[in-house]
Ligand binder design. Structure first.
Ligand code: HMG
Ligand code: MG
Length: 279
């Protein structure tokens, strides 16, 4: 049976947008439960400016407090060298750089043009002692610039792969993409990068995330980011609702005939725990 991997991003993308301060011990408890569910990779931290994303300010304490399960890679976002230094000190197993396919979101999210943000990643790629993943946001729609040209997505993906990212996650940041847009985008992107190096990262604002996952599966993509409880959103992407729920992706892909190796009962419990943290 073909395997689909779900990359759990709830402790980072799921929680980063929550306004009320969530106790570090609660974040640690959520990660510890998720660590028993069968995930190979869990994104738990973000070494960004605490002025920009206050909820992630305790990322080092989260990485210090969790019980690390063997075989699980604990990931952190790193926008610049300062972030990488934090991630190394906290012993993140892998890090992720994040770029945008649209200029409007790039400016709002990291206060830099796309070219400037990619230039910040070069020293990270040189210095990182751990694997580096890449994200491209706004692969179909941008809250500031409207529809994204698939060629612009392909360009940024090619640059991240050339820099050494081991995988590039394609973000429908505001969850507005249609299956037709995802199809056109993936046609362009798979011309410059094999599907084995791609992941889908769908927010579910319009309820089309599972349809978009089906389109991505048809292009050979086998890794999908998701957040337990369907929490999430980006503070710099107005209108961004939650990530597609891990529970929903798990049920959907298993029904479609893929194996995930995940424990649905534990994930259901983690989903309840994540929703309770929302307060
Ligand atoms: P800036 O203001 O242009 O840069 O921010 P700066 O270098 O002038 O730094 C501003 C302040 O932040 C300074 O502090 C720095 O020291 C500090 P001050 O002097 O004002 O006291 N600083 C840092 N602090 C901690 N860790 C750091 C760090 N870097 C600088 N690494 C910057 C530029 C990139 C820092 C800022 O724009 C930022 O942190 N942005 C992050 C925004 C963010 O985290 N967004 C959410 C994640 S992306 C996402 O959710 C999308 C994704 O899920 C995929 C999808 O859905 O599409 C991945
Ligand atoms: Mg996201």
């Amino acid at each position: 049976m073909t395997t689909v991997e779900i990359f759990e991003v709830g402790p980072r993308d799921g929680l980063q947008n929550e306004k009320a301060e969530i106790a570090t011990s609660d974040k640690i408890a959520l990660v510890d439960l998720l660590s028993t569910a069968g995930f190979k990779r869990i994104e738990v931290a973000s070494f960004v400016s605490p002025k920009w994303v206050p909820q992630m300010a305790d990322s080092a304490q989260v990485l210090e407090g969790i019980m690390r399960a063997p075989g699980v890679s604990y990931a952190a976002l790193t926008p610049n060298m300062r972030g990488l230094e934090g991630a190394i000190a906290a012993q993140a197993d892998e890090v992720a750089v994040f770029a945008s396919a649209s200029e409007g979101f790039s400016k709002a999210n990291v206060n830099a043009t796309i070219t400037e943000s990619l230039a910040r990643f070069a020293p990270i790629m040189d210095a990182a002692p751990m694997p580096v993943r890449g994200y491209v946001s706004c692969v179909a729609e941008c809250p500031y610039d409207g529809a994204t040209d698939p060629a612009d997505v392909a360009k940024v993906v090619a640059e991240l792969v050339a820099m050494g990212c081991y995988e590039v996650s394609l973000g429908d940041t505001i969850g507005r993409a249609t299956p037709e847009q995802i199809d056109a985008m993936l046609k362009a992107v798979t011309d410059v990068c094999p599907a084995e190096k791609l992941a889908g990262h769908f927010h579910d604002t319009s309820g089309r995330a599972l349809l978009n996952i089906d389109v991505a599966l048809s292009h050979g993509v086998r890794v999908f980011d998701a957040a337990v409880g369907g929490l999430g959103g980006c503070p710099y992407a107005p209108g961004a609702a939650g990530n597609v729920a891990t529970e929903a992706v798990l049920a959907h892909v298993e029904r479609t005939g893929y194996a995930t190796g995940l424990n649905a009962d534990i994930i259901a419990r983690a989903g309840q725990m994540a929703l309770a943290l929302r307060g």
